[in-house]
Design a protein around this ligand. Structure first.
Ligand code: NAD
Length: 248
């Protein structure tokens, strides 16, 4: 259980859902973890407690990564506390689903600002630190929706497709500096984000999944561990789905 022994990781949006699972599982693998979150103090404190009860090391950082200066503060905070940044997981994400006809300008801007701009803000400030170290792993959480699109999600799909373009470009820019950049595209994972969907929508999505079940947050965290560990040192610029075969 030490695939990430002594590595320092930042996970954005880690107070619940997939980010929470990644933070907890990273700590179980020996990483020191910065748990970033925007507003859910209770959720974040619970994640910290779980990690510490398991004998792990973590620290909380409250801040909205859609703000450029906050992303910079997050990276500086991590270096101040743990001296380096080995792994950055850009996980923070939101949805504001509705059909284009009803979608307000604000719905589009908000989703792009958190999901895409937030990821840019973090890589912008983390990459100089990783370049100096001559090593680092950047993991961007995209979505199968960024690959195939979805009715009612043009803002979300655009943000997640944007993340894929950013991942591939960054992999090309940063490869010679010893930095790997990959994306995970989760499918239909059981979290608050999918709990809001009606049973009818859930059933219709399930019918498209060969494994005939929703994924768990740990299914995503398992791939995140692999892509953040030395086992994936020759993998960069890839988008890997964790989706029970939904998109292939
Ligand atoms: P969630 O709503 O359960 O959790 C999202 C987390 O992001 C929360 O901790 C929230 O506080 C945080 N967050 C939101 N805006 C933030 C901001 N501006 N700054 C910092 N933190 C912020 O969602 P989830 O289902 O765990 O999703 C996590 C990621 O996985 C998202 O990027 C989402 O798009 C992606 N994803 C989820 C699914 C799914 O089925 N659940 C599928 C594909 C992709």
């Amino acid at each position: 259980m030490d695939m990430l022994k002594d590595k320092v990781a930042i996970v954005t949006g880690a107070s619940k859902g997939i980010g929470k699972a990644i933070a907890i599982n990273f700590a179980k693998q020996g990483a020191k973890v910065v748990i970033n979150y925007r507003s859910d103090d209770n959720g974040a404190e619970e994640v910290l407690k779980i990690i510490e009860d398991n004998g792990g090391t973590a620290i909380l950082h409250k801040g909205d990564v859609s703000q450029f200066s906050i992303a910079e503060e997050l990276m500086n905070f991590c270096v101040e506390k743990f001296s380096r940044i080995d792994i950055l997981v850009n996980n923070a994400g939101i949805t504001k689903d509705t059909l284009l006809l009803r979608m307000k300008e604000q719905d589009f801007d908000d989703v792009i600002n958190v999901n895409l701009k937030g990821s840019f803000n973090c890589v912008k400030h983390a990459s100089p630190i990783m370049m100096k170290q001559k090593s680092g792993k950047i993991l961007n959480i995209s979505s199968v929706i960024g690959l195939i699109g979805n009715v009612g999600q043009i803002n979300y799909a655009a943000s997640k497709a944007g993340i894929i373009g950013m991942t591939k470009s960054l992999a090309k820019e940063l490869g010679s500096r010893g930095i790997n950049v990959n994306a995970i595209a989760p499918g239909f994972i059981e979290t608050d984000m999918t709990n809001v969907l009606s049973d009818k929508i859930k059933e219709s999505i399930l019918s498209l999944i060969p494994l005939k079940k929703m994924g768990s947050v740990d299914d995503v965290a398992n791939l995140a561990i692999f892509l953040s560990s030395d086992l994936s040192n020759y993998i960069t610029g890839q988008v890997i789905t964790v989706d029970g075969g939904m998109v292939m």
